[in-house]
Write a protein that binds this ligand. Sequence first.
Ligand code: RB5
Length: 144
Amino acid sequence: MKPKIILGCDHAGFDLKNIIIKYLEKKGYDITDAGTYEEKTCDYPIIAKEVAQRVATKEFEKGILICGTGIGMSIVANKVKGIRAAVVSDTCSAKMSRLHNDSNILCFGARIIGTELAKDIVDIWLNTTFLEERHLKRLEMIEN
Ligand code: RB5
């Protein structure tokens, strides 16, 4: 069963978000688009907060946030309890953020990485399972 995923972006991530949504829908994922829905300048904290809260309440298993760098989105998302957002620009970090950190929100920057790398990162991130073992204790430490 594929996870329910919510995506959000600001104006800088708008085009890449639409590409990723189409890409994931073709693969059969159940996608919800939390906006922004136009290229007009907007404030990423509003979108990041909504996506993070909807992942934290378990309405969605995973979230993806795209802005210019991925950084602003991740800063906001990580303020929501239960969220482990990772800013990723390479496939190794995407994999490790799942294996060791059980990241539940993936952030990246449309001004930092290209479309094909973004697709690879998303694929690896969605298909890598958390290792638990010694890492579960560390996640509990983050929570507490
Ligand atoms: C918008 O210009 C830009 O600041 C935003 O997309 C993001 O990169 C913030 O971290």
